[in-house]
Write a protein that binds this ligand. Sequence first.
Ligand code: BV8
Ligand code: ZN
Length: 247
Amino acid sequence: MFSEEFRQAISSANSVMILTGAGVSKESGLDTFRDAGGHWSRYNPIELASPQGFAADPKLVWEWYSARKEKALAAEPNPGHFAITEMEQIFPNFSLFTQNVDRLHQKAGSKKVHELHGNIMSAHCNNCGLVYMNEIDITQGLPHCAVCGGYARPSVVWFGEQLPEEILEKAINFTKSVDIFFTIGTSAEVYPAAHLPHLAKESGAFVVEVNPNETSFTRFADISFRNPSGEILPKILNLIKEVKSYG
Ligand code: BV8
Ligand code: ZN
């Protein structure tokens, strides 16, 4: 099932970086963005996940995010999330960067999770940045900032907005130095996150893709597993344990 080349890469690997996208949460029942039936096929992404969309129709955008938040809160991590949590404990130098906002990696026990696109659980004021600690309930009307009266918004990164500087910086630095880079469950379409697997390849990392479908990155990967992450990641974890004769 696994090539000698992959075994070799695992055996000599010290530092491992994982980049995940919406596909890793698919087997937890959450929609992806580009798969048929995914969010974008029902809505125009720019309409919903952008400052312009929010300014034009804050109620529609809040309804979409509240519905997704409810689904994310009810979702359970799948075997793919749990395998990633165990990988974190095996490699001395490990880092997980996710484009997902559902916090399922944290729910699965991953400790070092960097959220490139923010998270759907919290909100902050669109005007002054005040972070909301309490629950946002849009059934009582749109939430306004107690300090400046501005609109509260979900704490996600929208199209056209900068990613959190220090997280992106950390992602780039780690990508440049890592031995193995896994890109899991992402269509590799959204930048600057989509640049990371390419940067890893250019920097000499062994790059592994996990995606049931081909992506624009597939031809650059050293290995590309055409499998759902929930199925193949536990097998890859077993291989890692065998090769590292761990546990
Ligand atoms: C910025 C918000 C700059 C939260 C998201 C032209 C060229 C290059 C760039 C651009 C361009 N035009 C515009 C841009 C910039 C834009 C961009 O990249 N657009 C794309 C569409 C071309 N990027 C931005 O705007 C970023 N900001 O660039 O700022 C800037 C500079 C100066 C000053 C100001 C600003 C901001 C990007 C972040 C946008 N926010 N989400 C939310 O609502 O969730 S992006 C959104 O897409 C999610 O975060 C999502 O994670 C992300 C990527 O999607 P994926 O995670 O990959 O999900 P997708 O559905 O696409 O793919 C799922 C995959 O899973 C599929 O491949 C499928 O096969 C696979 N799969 C299915 N089942 C399984 C599976 N895999 C494994 N197992 C399974 N079972
Ligand atoms: Zn405010």
